[in-house]
Design a protein around this ligand. Structure first.
Ligand SMILES: NC(=O)c1ccc[n+]([C@@H]2O[C@H](COP(=O)([O-])OP(=O)(O)OC[C@H]3O[C@@H](n4cnc5c(N)ncnc54)[C@H](O)[C@@H]3O)[C@@H](O)[C@H]2O)c1
Length: 286
């Protein structure tokens, strides 16, 4: 699908990958881009910088009524939504001793928000016979994220939901893409947005260094380039770090060997995982 003349909604548009998607969609000639974020000032800043084809909407994606309101207002004030990008996401910062409250929050942002978006827009898109759902999951959703159990589990769920939507609605005019980057140079990698307890102890500098050392950190703009190319091709899996495809194949081909490699890699990272601690994004092909 080409973005020209399309009406797009992007959650998490105040920062990082979401902001880069908004910028790139406008540059591609989108008719309107709705910048959604719980960070009201950030959403306005993104939209203001993009001129009169972008509008800001404050919403908490974990609140279904907020997403419904964004969809209803976009459809009534601007027009039919062509593409809904569920991009907002957060880390969990820990392992098995992360609290239930944090698990619930990470699940809500990384998975339920994608469900709420689908509930709100799929009936409208089915009625029109076309529409595009884009979700930002993560390479952690295909592989794993050492040191962050909630993130790994919820990103797997985000990929699973996107696949289910593609299987269920793909023959009815709805196209689904799922972006699964590894490390990207955003506030998330720098630890600027926090999910819950323990975040202040997250060794972000070590994580960023480890990520840069093993597979390279992309800019949000590079991810946006990959997303636009993937949407143009209507490809389900969008891999801004192409090597993720190889890692996923190795994981599927010999799970025990892959797990052993991941254990070696986790152990070699220069961070202390502790009982719940986090380590950096890691390349799982060791
Ligand atoms: N940065 C990376 O290395 C990386 C790698 C793979 C996948 N991702 C994924 O990319 C997506 C974007 O992350 P980013 O790196 O740009 O992070 P970011 O922290 O720069 O941006 C995330 C945005 O989401 C918003 N947000 C968080 N919770 C929200 C909520 N409840 N309601 C509304 N908005 C909310 C934040 O305010 C922020 O503007 C996430 O889904 C993330 O998991 C990031």
């Amino acid at each position: 699908m080409e973005l020209r003349d399309r009406i797009c909604v992007v959650t998490g548009g105040a920062s990082g990958i979401g902001r880069a998607l908004c910028q790139r969609f406008v540059a591609e000639g989108a008719r309107a881009v709705v910048v959604v974020d719980r960070d009201a000032d950030g959403a306005v800043a993104t939209a203001d910088a993009l001129g009169d084809r972008a509008v800001a909407r404050t919403a908490d994606v974990t609140v279904e009524a907020d997403i419904e309101a964004v969809v209803e207002r976009t459809e009534s004030d601007i027009g039919p939504i062509d593409l809904f990008a569920s991009n907002a996401g957060i880390l969990g910062y820990g392992g098995i001793d992360v609290s239930d409250e944090t698990w619930d929050l990470v699940w809500s942002v990384n998975v339920l928000a994608h469900l709420y978006a689908a509930r709100a827009v799929v009936p409208l898109m089915l009625g029109r016979g076309h529409g595009y759902l884009l979700s930002t999951a993560s390479a952690a959703g295909l592989l794993t994220q050492p040191g962050d159990a909630p993130y790994s589990v919820t990103k797997h769920a985000a990929v699973a939901l996107a696949e289910w939507l593609a299987v269920t609605y793909g023959d009815q005019g709805i196209t689904v893409s799922c972006a699964c980057p590894m490390a990207v140079d955003t506030a998330m990698l720098g630890g600027g947005r926090l999910a819950g307890e323990g975040a202040e102890g997250f060794p972000v500098a070590a994580a960023a260094t480890a990520a840069a050392a093993v597979q390279g950190v992309l800019s949000p703009e590079q991810v946006a380039d990959a997303v636009v190319e993937g949407v143009r091709a209507e490809r389900f899996l969008i891999l801004p770090h192409p090597e993720v495809a190889t890692f996923e194949q190795r994981r599927a081909a010999d799970r025990d060997r892959w797990l052993a490699g991941m254990r070696r890699l986790s152990g070699s990272l220069a961070v202390d995982p502790g009982p719940s601690g986090a380590s950096g994004p890691a390349r799982p092909d060791a």
